[in-house]
Design a binder for this molecule. Sequence first.
Ligand code: GLA
Length: 371
Amino acid sequence: MHRETRIFRAPGRVNLIGEHTDYNDGFVMPAAIDLATWVTVAPLENRKLQIHSENFDEEIEVDLDDNAIAARGHWSDYPIGVAVMLERAGYRLRGARLQIRSNIPIGSGLSSSAAIEVATSCALTANSGVEIDARELARICQRAENEFVGARVGIMDQFVSLVGQTQTALLLDCRTLEFKLLPIPDNVRLIICNTMVKHELASSAYNERRKQCEAGVKQLASSFPGVTALRDVTLGQLEQHGDDLSDVVYRRCRHVITENARVLSAADDLEQGDLDSFGKLMAESHRSLRDDYEVSCKELDLMVELAREIEGVYGARMTGGGFGGCTVNLVAVADVEQFKQRVVSDYERFTTIKPEIYVSNAAKGPEEVTS
Ligand code: GLA
């Protein structure tokens, strides 16, 4: 291996509670997971980026001095977007050869994109002798997705991939980026169940939900000056002015407002070790996402229903953007094996689809590794 070759790893994430609240300046509680992306980096003597993906078995080359670099709906948009945004933020990068590999299933709601962005940003900055703090790096990675790739995502995924810690959940205030790491008790595991479906409308529906939230804010701000995001609205205020909003916008707002409150209660529960109460909040979150925010789907609902009937399950809900992908389950350690068996056989019986199950500990943020 080349003397200056280095390897950086960044994790995917699962969100325990606080869904579709990040872009409303609200609260979220994700954890980094064991699944990850690795980027191997070696310097080049020019300003080229040669990027190879092991997963896609493909290589592309771009010139950092090319002002016309644009996204083209390709896996390479993510690493290139990060390089472009680092440069735009004023960090001059050295050319590099990057090799990317990942074991995070793509498009399953476990933030394979954030992990690529974060691992690439760590590799490119280290290769260029640049140091950037986690908050700024998270914003740069988010910008890569917002401004380069063209997805209007919030900051949750990039942030937790950067600051996650072993055996802890991250309580993040997405307005101030203040955060707290809350220990997850040793006697439970996070089990992620992949429905193995991904419905087409996921990204268009995501942007549509954002617009509906913005419409709600605009309307409510005319009655309550000072409201700049749904984060600022109480349930009482929403109810008082419910008639001014369309039914759909009203329900979208109700989800976000109640979900923010659930995240804060869940944080108290975790601090007090009250997993029963935490699990009830997960169930309420799922119902709200299903009925008010309408981002679930029949496969996610089924996976959650099946899990609830199993011994040792404190809570189950969809996780991530929705319309397919994964559920997250909080399960007693002693019941992990029977949980896996039951979920796999029941889900397959109802759908004929074999689900994938990942048992994860909350994992650590990015690091340099030796292999
Ligand atoms: C996706 C986005 C996040 C967040 C979730 C929903 O994962 O990347 O920013 O909005 O959806 O909670």
